[in-house]
Design a binder for this molecule. Structure first.
Ligand SMILES: Nc1ncnc2c1ncn2[C@@H]1O[C@H](COP(=O)(O)OP(=O)(O)OP(=O)(O)O)[C@@H](O)[C@H]1O
Length: 221
């Protein structure tokens, strides 16, 4: 499946946020989205999902204009920046509801074994992020949108999620945004930088330096 979004026009109180975006993601590929704080990454994911209504947008699935919101198609799973799961749900129940296998999860993240009967509000915010990111990635949906999956979790878990993302991209088109740009560069097949309301295709870390997204680091040359 191929998903494209363009012709996005989003403003808040006459402040233009997005106005020149083109972004494509497809099955078999991870598409990374980078950009400074407040450039519009979360808004773009929400517009694609259908959760935020801009003045205008055009979303195409396999080249065909989508007349409804993407979430109405049942083809998408979305990890928002805010909490996804309700507080009083037990972890095992959450896995049951998402039709995800608890034992497979705890075989990868073994320190979670003790939490099967714990409620969502009894684990740490980082642990919750691990659970939610896993459930979204394991949803089997054709399109997966991840808003900052790496930012709040330990480096060991970031590595595990990068492996899971590489595996899941075989069946899903994965769109991911995060400030951990090295992880995004590592795991993505295609990268866009959102800057001044527009998207730019990024080929290398050098491009990110040239665009002023990261500063020049002589130790890495
Ligand atoms: N509901 C809203 N009302 C007014 N302004 C908003 C609203 N939602 C977002 N914005 C503004 O739109 C801009 C883009 O926000 P967005 O959350 O998409 O940024 P971002 O690139 O995801 O930032 P970050 O990396 O800090 O999460 C910001 O300037 C933000 O203040």
């Amino acid at each position: 499946m191929k998903i494209e979004i363009d012709s996005v026009e989003l403003s808040f109180d006459n402040k233009k946020i997005l106005y020149g975006v083109y972004l494509k993601t497809e099955t078999g590929k991870v598409t990374g989205v980078l950009g400074r704080n407040g450039c519009g990454k979360t808004c773009l994911l929400r517009i694609l999902f259908g959760d935020l209504k801009p003045k205008y947008k055009s979303v195409r699935l396999d080249g065909k204009y989508l007349k409804t919101n993407l979430f109405n198609t049942g083809k998408v799973a979305y990890l928002p920046q805010h909490q996804l799961l309700p507080n009083n749900l037990s972890l095992k129940k959450a896995f049951h509801l998402f039709q995800s296998d608890w034992k497979t999860f705890t075989a990868i993240f073994d320190s979670f074994k003790i939490y099967g009967n714990s409620k969502i509000n009894e684990i740490s915010s980082g642990e919750l992020r691990v659970v939610e990111t896993y459930l979204v990635l394991d949803s089997g949906k054709e399109i997966i949108l991840l808003d900052e999956p790496f930012s709040f979790i330990a480096p060991l878990y970031v590595e595990k999620f990068k492996d899971i993302i590489r595996e899941k991209k075989n069946v899903s088109a994965i769109l991911i945004t995060d400030h951990f740009y090295r992880e995004i560069l590592d795991v993505s097949d295609t990268i866009y930088l959102i800057k001044n309301g527009s998207s730019k295709l990024i080929q290398s870390q050098q491009d990110l330096e040239n665009e002023g997204y990261i500063s020049f680091n002589p130790q890495q040359t």
